[in-house]
Design a protein around this ligand. Structure first.
Ligand code: AMP
Ligand code: ZN
Length: 120
């Protein structure tokens, strides 16, 4: 993958250089379980391209991001979330210092399953 940052942990996960519990993969996105889950279901969806955050998205990313969003409900259900409206999930992307972003490769948290959760 050409748009990769050799120092980025999520680029390494998307390339299989760091192990993860994979949820889904195709040519443009990768999804894997969060190592420190807040809830019964907690996985992350990332573009394979190294994009720093949602604040760094460009027009050329729009179709890929649309495909990622369209896949969220399917993967959430596959991983154990009950469908809307009784179940559902939370979809979160942290941006920058004030947003609480720790890993600087765009990711969407998909968090769900029966409550209580550890956080949120
Ligand atoms: P944030 O940048 O605050 O949205 O959060 C980054 C998320 O990545 C946290 O929920 C971490 O638990 C998760 N995380 C960090 N390293 C790994 C890893 N190697 N595998 C899976 N999840 C990770
Ligand atoms: Zn990266």
């Amino acid at each position: 993958m050409s748009h990769s940052d050799p120092n980025c942990i999520f680029c390494k996960i998307a390339e299989g250089k760091i192990p993860s519990r994979k949820v889904y993969e195709d040519e443009e996105m990768f999804a894997f379980h969060d190592i420190n889950p807040w809830a019964p279901v907690h996985f992350l969806m990332i573009p394979k391209e190294h994009i720093v955050s949602i604040a760094h998205v460009e027009e050329r990313h729009a179709a890929m991001l649309g495909r990622m969003m369209a896949r969220v409900p399917q993967l959430a259900q596959q991983e154990g979330c009950v469908p809307y409206p009784d179940g559902g999930f939370r979809l979160v992307s942290n941006v920058g210092e004030h947003g609480g972003q720790e890993v600087h490769h765009l990711h969407f948290h998909v968090i769900g399953g029966p409550r209580p959760w550890k956080k949120g």
